[in-house]
Ligand binder design. Structure first.
Ligand code: S5P
Length: 450
């Protein structure tokens, strides 16, 4: 018996793989179920496993080892103890409260990190994990995984340029258990059939704009404009004089579906500016979007919306609102379309998974909310707006984090991208707007086929 076989049989005794009928997270029925958490119950096996995993990457260099809870956490800890490479911990999703960071421990921007995972299936969740770890400023090149369920995950990660090693494939596990009479011929046949023709996971597909379930008239209008102008670009005119805002609006007007303002940063804001913007918006067909980010009780928000010197209710087609005040606080915006901020783009934002899921829920149930601002998928009931888009920068010194149009449309299934400095810091507003329009629309069309 080889060392590998010996290890696997002992792990099998601990219950890492069970046979029967199991419904997986994806809804698929599987004839086996893998759960490597029990490996931690045998310190000897865990040590052997840690050594085996380290051997897979002994030609590689990295500053940190990152364990992904729960199963890989003791493994990564054991690897860290053996190798003296410091450990960091990736938080589990849906955790919610308390910390601002997705990765816990001591680390610095730019450090390289080996990611340890228990099982890889399609690779999708591993890619999401990598994305979250990299958002904390870490660099991932290397991954080790204990078990490959052989459903395309390895290929997907290799294609993206990752150096990924696995200890066992599921076929190998089945073969070893068969060889040592832990599985009958019949059971092996059934499992192999399942492995050779894995049932397809039906994911909620990204719907094209025209099929989104938008009821709000302003939402419908926005979709209509997007299709007509072939643009999903919202320009953020974060400029501080009325002249600059007007010049910018004029130049980008052919290429956008909405112009987003922060009225309170315009030093000489006046009714005259609004009259001119409204006329331009009508002529060039775009909406006016006030990024006020209301965040108070309903009564105060109503006063801010209707009675402030900006008279937002008189002209804004859309406004942003933090749903932090609860569902009723969102009811005061009358016919203006509400876009809730359910997640922010800046580093360390407090809009964690717990907040996000509650905020989406409130948004979905409020008829005057037509969409939300976030950096991830929200489903087909809401229009998704994603800021933090820039093709020539990764972020700024004040916490902003940027993605490319490809990422936001393909990975987050966003419907509209919001671009500020990518446009108004460009030497030529019109050319930049045209470029972003093209990039955004191509990325959107591509995302429909993915
Ligand atoms: O999470 C958010 C939400 C918003 S609305 N992150 C953001 O950056 N925004 C806004 O989008 C922000 O207030 C700014 O007006 C714009 C992004 O500007 P940029 O210059 O970083 O592209």
């Amino acid at each position: 018996m080889t060392h590998r076989e010996d290890f696997l049989l002992k792990a099998y005794e601990l219950g890492i793989i069970k046979f029967g009928r199991f419904t997986l997270k994806s809804g698929i029925e599987s004839p086996f179920y893998v759960d490597l958490r029990s490996l931690a119950s045998s310190p000897q096996l865990l040590k052997t496993l840690a050594n085996n995993l380290l051997e897979l990457v002994d030609d590689r260099e990295f500053d940190l080892i990152c364990g992904v809870p729960y199963a890989a956490l003791p493994m990564a800890t054991a690897m860290s103890l053996t190798s003296n490479i410091p450990l960091i911990i990736k938080r589990k999703e849906n955790k919610g409260y308390g910390t601002k960071r997705m990765v816990e421990g001591v680390y610095q921007d730019g450090q390289t990190c080996l990611l340890v995972e228990d099982v890889i299936t399609s690779g999708k969740s591993l890619l999401e994990t990598i994305d979250q770890v990299e958002r904390e400023g870490l660099v991932v090149h290397d991954l080790v995984v204990v078990l490959d369920r052989e459903q395309g995950g390895i290929e997907k990660l290799k294609e993206r340029g990752f150096h990924i090693k696995t200890l066992f494939t599921i076929n190998e596990v089945i073969d070893i258990l068969h060889k040592f009479h832990r599985l009958t011929d019949e059971k092996v046949k059934e499992i192999k059939e399942f492995l050779n023709n894995p049932p397809e996971v039906i994911e909620e597909k990204r719907l094209p704009l025209e099929e989104k379930k938008v009821q709000h008239p302003i939402g419908k209008k926005l979709v209509e404009l997007a299709l007509k102008k072939q643009s999903n670009l919202i320009a953020s005119a974060d400029l501080i004089t009325a002249d600059e805002v007007l010049r910018f609006a004029n130049e980008v007007s052919d290429h956008i579906v909405a112009l987003k303002l922060h009225s309170d940063i315009i030093q000489d804001f006046s009714e005259d500016l609004i009259i001119k913007l409204k006329a331009l918006a009508k002529e060039k067909e775009f909406l006016l979007f006030e990024d006020r980010k209301f965040g108070d009780i309903g009564n105060t928000q109503e006063l801010q919306f209707k009675r402030s010197i900006y008279k937002i209710s008189d002209w804004a087609d859309l406004v942003t609102v933090h749903p932090i005040g609860g569902a009723d606080s969102l009811k005061v915006f009358e016919n203006t379309g509400v876009v809730t901020i359910v997640e922010m783009s800046s580093k360390g934002a407090l809009t964690d998974d717990y907040y996000f899921s509650k905020a989406v829920n409130v948004s979905e149930n409020e008829p005057n909310v037509l969409g939300c601002v976030a950096q991830r998928k929200v489903g087909n009931q809401l229009l998704l707006f994603t800021p933090g888009v820039n093709v020539s920068a990764l972020g700024d010194s004040k916490g902003q984090q940027y993605n490319t149009p490809e990422i936001v449309f393909n990975n987050y299934h966003t419907d509209f991208m919001i671009v500020g400095r990518g446009l108004y810091k460009a030497p030529d507003f019109k050319t930049a707007a045209k470029e972003y329009q093209t990039l955004g629309w191509i990325a959107y069309l591509q995302s429909l086929n993915n």
